[in-house]
Design a protein around this ligand. Sequence first.
Ligand SMILES: Cc1cc2nc3c(=O)[nH]c(=O)nc-3n(C[C@H](O)[C@H](O)[C@H](O)COP(=O)(O)OP(=O)(O)OC[C@H]3O[C@@H](n4cnc5c(N)ncnc54)[C@H](O)[C@@H]3O)c2cc1C
Length: 492
Amino acid sequence: MISSEIITKLETIVGERYVSDEPEIQYLYHYDFISAEPEGKCDIVIMPGTAEEVQNIVKIANNFKIPIVPWVSGINFGGIATPRKGGIVIDMRRLNKVLEVNEDDMYAVVEGGITWADLKGYLNKHHPDFQAGITWSPPGTGVIPSHLCYGMFNLGMLGGTGAEFINGLEVVLGSGELVKIGSCSLSSYWYGRQPLPDLSGLFIGFEGTTGIITKMAIKLWPKLPFRTDYLPIAQTVEEGAPMMLKLAKAGLGIIDLLFINLGWAQSLMCLDQANVANDPVELGLPDFLGLITTQAYTEKQHEAQCEAIIDICKEFNLDPLTLKEQMKSFPENMQGIMGHLTPSTGGQAPVQFWGCWNFSRGGGGEWVGSYNTTRNVVKYYQLSRDVSLKYGKPPQYYCRFMFGGHYCVTRTNINFNKNNPEEILNARKCLKEIHDAVQQLEGSIMYKPPLWAVNYYNDKMDRNMYQLIKRVKGLLDPNNIMNPGQGIEGEK
Ligand SMILES: Cc1cc2nc3c(=O)[nH]c(=O)nc-3n(C[C@H](O)[C@H](O)[C@H](O)COP(=O)(O)OP(=O)(O)OC[C@H]3O[C@@H](n4cnc5c(N)ncnc54)[C@H](O)[C@@H]3O)c2cc1C
């Protein structure tokens, strides 16, 4: 419960219009799709319009020891923005501007609440020769959270996780101080984090528990004139994955490299549950769909790249059809979201591929998503598939190779109906069992982990690393007001 005196102080900072403690507004800010309970509930929501306003809110929260949760759209799939201890949700979405684009050093400086739609729309309009790495998440989700939470982008083979796309930060600490990090701390350029001590790590992977980012510089990349997306299909993941591993080390201008199983693809087709084959392998349906995107500066270079990709596909007996060609073989009513890949986008990925989740009323979804060694991609699928089928769930598997093939993401999604307590229970058991199973594989580490997984990793982690995180967290957020109940608690 927040006193009316404090609410008045907050209204003085941002204006009455941007503070609310109405129950329907509180309700909007508690939700995530995951199976974990209980979801948190905030006392008030506030929408600052400047970094200074963020600072003033944090200072008040500090004086009165009120929890604060930075928030953009709250659908991160880990429950990491749900206000577990109540308090103030700081909805960042008024901070939604692109402040600068530097085409020479290829970066954009953006505000802390910008969404993918804001960013992509702006770049397409004003800098059409440049692109940011984007997620498959819905257009209204946040750019900053994705970068801070090791998001996976459609340029993952070029740049790695979202965290590796960060050039610099402006951040409000738990104490209310405003700090600049990276080259922007010494100049007006935000070209990188080098060569100073790199403090950006104090905010990456911390899930809003150490500071609130008000500005971030992110890397942009040139959109080269020649580009092809291939969609090879194989009967099984075991057959298709080795080809991807070879491609991951081949260069060839590949900017995105991933594969999904049919379970994932079926949901992109927007099939309803009754028409989804739980076990495509048993039915003899092809269970492997790869996506290879390559780009080049000249036609000749592109031809050579495509030729090499085709050769590698053939070496593994796979048909190197382009995405455009493959889409023609799908009946129109089965194209679903993938249908967007045909005419209006010129047959090119990416579209924001969020169709694998059923968000109709009651929709729930959660994953066991891990960063991983590329050695485990097949084994991870086999283990998680077996568990999913045991629980009567179609496994939805996705594997993306990152940063020139140096590591990868492996992930199995489970859908369920959030209005059905039995289904939630079943999904939760299934997810935990998948997690236990893939823990047999060295190196599978969940990103954006829900609480049960946080506790698991806290116990498993090197003790000195754990203690160091606690000390850092205690230093940056001495009153433990920043998104409390998430991640590792700071040392007092
Ligand atoms: C259908 C679907 C598909 C998705 N596909 C992808 C994908 O392909 N790749 C991918 O990476 N992700 C994906 N996601 C996950 C997620 O939506 C994205 O990472 C997204 O951008 C997170 O944004 P959000 O606005 O929901 O974050 P929120 O849930 O609002 O925030 C996430 C975390 O960041 C913190 N935070 C928010 N703003 C700030 C700030 N300014 N400063 C400090 N901390 C902050 C929050 O407190 C919270 O801990 C997907 C999600 C959905 C629903």
